[in-house]
Write a protein that binds this ligand. Structure first.
Ligand SMILES: [Zn+2]
Length: 301
């Protein structure tokens, strides 16, 4: 079975059983017609329309994409997935529309779709409807939502979905419980916190992230405050003479300087030192290309 799984950008020949592995997906109502689904680490949302369903993202592998389709089908057995909305271009969230709902319309921001077209990953389908700019509203099968690109955050063309009637905001790989993930190289740190604060100009009280569990508005604010502190720690570590390539040294320094304030935070021991190393690299190298060096747009949305 596994030899015919979509293989993303893997080039090694042979079976890829990890691509086909089944993961159980849990699902819960969020509010109104909005549902959330998770396999424990990754999270997304899907919407109940009048005739069918709208799935955001596709999960991590062909196997999880199929499990996601099965989960939606369990909640709405008479309502097929007719539309997929991509949060961003990363394969681990949006790589397997071909396994989730190959006939569905696919909506993506132009920045994300340009990467997808260039990448030609096996199983990642390009958008059938591309949008650009900062904000676009959609009314599809009775579901109203707005897609918002606040500026560069993580990956390319990473957009939020805003549901003004339900006061729900969904965005992937930007704010999540604990101290995880900002070590990923294509995080646009110059913009990240500043543009995420733009969402505080909107009326919402539930934030659904792309990982772990749903957050409230205050948790969203507190997590951004943590990342703001990391800019100071990243600079200070360099000033204190820490070598960003000395992994033991970074771990010691992290425990000494960040531990007292943050060691109780979710997954601190997995991520804190990696985060610090990434922020140190930002100040050593000057950040991520042209995009990462333009001035962030901080105007209200
Ligand atoms: Zn991502």
């Amino acid at each position: 079975m596994s030899h015919c799984e979509h293989c993303g950008i893997f080039t090694l020949q042979g079976d890829l059983p990890i691509q086909g592995a089944w993961r159980d997906i849990t699902y819960d109502p969020v509010r109104d017609n909005i549902w959330t689904a998770s396999e424990g680490i990754y999270r997304t949302i899907f919407l109940e329309g009048e005739k069918g369903t709208i799935a955001f993202d596709t999960f991590t592998t062909p196997g999880t994409a199929r499990a996601y389709a099965a989960a939606i089908g369990r909640v709405f057995p008479q309502k097929p997935v007719h539309t997929i909305v991509y949060s961003h271009e990363h394969l681990d969230h949006c790589g397997y529309a071909a396994d989730l709902a190959p006939q569905a319309d696919i909506i993506a921001h132009d920045y994300a779709n340009r990467v997808i077209l260039a990448r030609q990953a096996d199983g990642q389908l390009p958008a059938t409807e591309v949008w650009d700019g900062e904000r676009k509203s959609y009314l599809i099968d009775g579901c109203y939502f707005e897609l918002i690109y606040p500026g560069p955050t993580h990956g390319d063309g990473n957009v939020a979905a805003y549901f003004p009637q339900s006061k729900v905001l969904f965005m992937v790989d930007t704010v999540a419980a604990g101290v995880g993930y900002t070590f990923v190289p294509d995080w646009h740190l110059t913009h990240y916190v500043a543009v995420m604060k733009r969402f505080l100009s909107l009326d919402w009280d539930i934030f659904v992230p792309g990982h772990f569990w749903t957050l409230n508005r205050q948790q969203f604010i507190d997590i951004l405050d943590f990342w703001e502190q990391m800019f100071h720690f990243g600079q200070q570590a360099l000033i204190d003479g820490i070598d960003p390539h000395d992994w033991q040294g970074i771990n010691r320094y992290t425990e000494e300087k960040l531990g007292p304030r943050y060691r109780e935070h979710f997954r601190y021991y997995e991520y804190a030192a990696m985060n610090l190393s990434r922020f140190m690299q930002e100040y050593l190298t000057g950040g991520w290309g042209i995009e990462g060096n333009l001035r962030p747009d901080t105007s209200p949305l």
